[in-house]
Write a protein that binds this ligand. Sequence first.
Ligand SMILES: Cc1cc2nc3c(=O)[nH]c(=O)nc-3n(C[C@H](O)[C@H](O)[C@H](O)COP(=O)(O)O)c2cc1C
Length: 362
Amino acid sequence: MADLYKYIGKQVLFTLDPEQAHKASILALRMGMHPKFEAAVNPRLSVKVAGIDFPNPLGMAAGYDKNGEVPQALLQLGFGHTEVGTVTPKSQLGNPKPRIFRLLEDEGVINRLGFNSGGHAVAKANLLKLSNFKGVVGINLGANKTSEDFAADYVTGIHEFAELATYFTVNISSPNTPGLRALQGADPLTDLLHRVSDARAEQHERLGRKVPLFLKIAPDLDDSELDDIAKAIGNSDFDALIVSNTTLSRAGLQSPVKEEVGGLSGKPLFEPSTVILAKMRQRLGTLLPLVGVGGVHSADTAFSKLEAGASLVQLYSGMVYEGPGLPGNILRGLVKRLEQEGLEHISQITGRAADDWAKGKF
Ligand SMILES: Cc1cc2nc3c(=O)[nH]c(=O)nc-3n(C[C@H](O)[C@H](O)[C@H](O)COP(=O)(O)O)c2cc1C
């Protein structure tokens, strides 16, 4: 059934506007019309990161299931975790449509959605329906466009979802909310990390459970900005770093829609985001686990993210081009690569090619 996507499902979905296609895919998942990856958890792929047991290192990146409608179905595809959101305190419509574009020639996507979501209340109501549900579900937090204090919106998110989140991601790297990426600067970032950590500590006291905190950064950062972020997160009590969100770069693209405003993801993002990942690995060493995101569309690209320094890998755009069989194919491919190299466990490859990747050699 999974391969049917490439022959039939994709043809049908690609006749639709990308946002309609996204809606149709969510509906299909809600109705259970998806392939189930039935293989038992492979101990060679299971990893403990930030104190969380992940059945495998592959996750669905934020932005697909913004309102927490289909976490269970996504995990059934084979993903070891899924990230709901970005959720903002208040519901917001986002930018005018059209606002998602397929770059067919480049196998990329440009989006300028602008944190469209039903807000905390809708995501919370959806997640509360999942009683008895076991699985790793992160909640990706953002700020409303009109908020006067972005950091306060993240703090609100921590308090709102502490009981429901396996981990939190503080997303300060969407290019589609004006001013948001400025939170990556040394002083605002230090302040934000403190305020969010304090909120987590309050909830820890209340619930007796310390929900891990992940930070998600952009790929469009120079070396000194990376230094500042490494310093700020290294001095904080955050638990992991996600590298990266979409890029503003348009280097090397062929598609006629390449000049659309927004963040670029998919294949063209693979190399630049992996270089930034490796640079962060060099700066942080094993102090903080990294999550590699950007352009993963095969077992080999997932493997490279791990080699560049990631302990976990996420993807989104690969699903658009490869379909719902992709997570299963990647997991099978990762095991094959381990067998070919005579390696026992996936964690053995984390970071082994970081220096080459950081130099841009791959
Ligand atoms: C349509 C779309 C919407 C996205 N929305 C979000 C979002 O709400 N929050 C977020 O942190 N990242 C969001 N992202 C970024 C992805 O999570 C991911 O970081 C990026 O797309 C790179 O991975 P990929 O090349 O596998 O897609 C979005 C990406 C796409 C394509």
